[in-house]
Design a protein around this ligand. Structure first.
Ligand code: NAD
Length: 319
């Protein structure tokens, strides 16, 4: 039997080739959400990222649907339990982008400690006329090495962040609702491996001791970092959120930045995506990126390949 798959939010070419080699017809046309009710019944499988929503009404309209593949982590856009009740396999690729997200965390941290979030805005305006003034403005940078990084949520991404931090010579304090490992194993390009210790810490220990804090929990109903949490932190702490908007209360963050409690923030995710507040976008001490944690060629390739393998296996199990 020849299966047909709709890759509605795109799929990396390497994943498409793998699917086609397995005899699956892959259609990469992006069908608008409203038209899926008419189009998807012609397919056996669909892959999505976060844009396409697979809700009960769509599932009901597609009795032929056998697999839903999500490239990435969160499944908030899919009615997973309902799909499973209807015998549809739901697969995703939770680990494929972890390292890319972790590297983005450090892009924001390095940006923060050398004021690049501000100098990238100021240099085009004043670089030629006031070079020395700007040089003085950004003269008091600091190093990450030797500092304490507090990681809240020590799952796949939190651990990747921990490894990079250890490699840079930082001290890692980690908090998770589940057990935190005593050490992390670092793999180097020459094949060498080394295990380095992690300090399992309470939230308050992180707030009190960390020079930088990065959050890596799933989305939560209420922020884990709010006004009270900021009040416990070291003066001049740097904060990064590359997990989900709302985990840090943006209003409290702006107050903490204005009060110089927080020296800078790096944000990839926002309370009101895809329309972040102006107060956050325009704040001079915030380094900004538009939810691009997983958006590297390497992560997309890994996602495409892993998704293709999962879909091929699911379809094989059906025939
Ligand atoms: P994960 O499930 O591997 O890890 C999450 C960890 O958080 C788990 O260890 C869990 O025990 C812990 N946790 C849950 N509730 C907690 C709480 N209240 N306090 C402390 N720890 C808690 O997930 P992951 O793959 O590491 O992803 C982490 C976050 O990153 C998710 O929110 C995910 O949606 C987000 N993410 C963002 C991007 C991006 O583009 N910026 C890309 C991928 C994932």
């Amino acid at each position: 039997m020849t299966y047909k798959l709709l890759a509605n939010d795109g799929i990396d070419p390497i994943g498409k080739i793998k699917l086609e080699e397995a005899g699956i017809i892959v259609d990469t046309n992006s069908v608008p959400q409203a038209e899926l009710l008419n189009v998807l019944p012609n397919y056996d499988a669909i892959t999505v990222r976060s844009a396409t929503k697979i809700r009960q009404d769509l599932i009901d309209a597609c009795p032929n649907l056998k697999v839903i593949g999500r490239g990435g982590v969160g499944m908030d856009n899919i009615d997973v339990e309902y799909a499973k009740e209807k015998g549809i396999a739901v697969v995703n690729t939770p680990a494929a982008s972890s390292h890319s997200v972790a590297e983005l965390v450090f892009s924001h941290l390095f940006t923060g400690v050398r004021f690049l979030y501000d100098s990238n805005r100021e240099m085009p305006l004043k670089g030629a006329s006031n070079f020395n003034e700007l040089k003085k403005k950004y003269a008091k940078g600091s190093e990450l090495s030797g500092k304490v990084l507090g990681i809240i949520g020590f799952g796949r991404i939190g651990r990747e962040v921990g490894k990079i931090a250890l490699g840079l010579g930082m001290h890692v304090y980690a908090y998770d609702i589940n057990e935190v490992p005593a050490e992390l194993s670092l793999n180097f390009a020459n094949g060498a491996t080394i295990s380095l210790p992690i300090k399992s810490a309470s939230l308050d220990e992180i707030f009190v001791n960390a020079d930088f804090i990065s959050v890596h929990t799933p989305f939560m109903e209420k922020p884990i970092i709010d006004e009270q949490a900021f009040s416990k932190m070291k003066d001049g702490v740097g904060i990064v959120n590359c997990s989900r908007g709302g985990i840090i209360c943006e209003e409290s963050l702006i107050n903490a930045l204005n009060a110089e409690k927080v020296s800078f923030a790096g944000l990839d995710v926002f309370e009101n995506e895809p329309k972040p507040s102006n107060a956050i976008l325009a704040h001079p001490k915030v380094s900004l990126s538009p939810h691009i944690g997983a958006s590297t060629n390497e992560a997309q390739e890994r996602i495409g390949l892993e998704l293709a393998e999962l879909i091929i296996n699911s379809l094989k199990n059906r025939s």
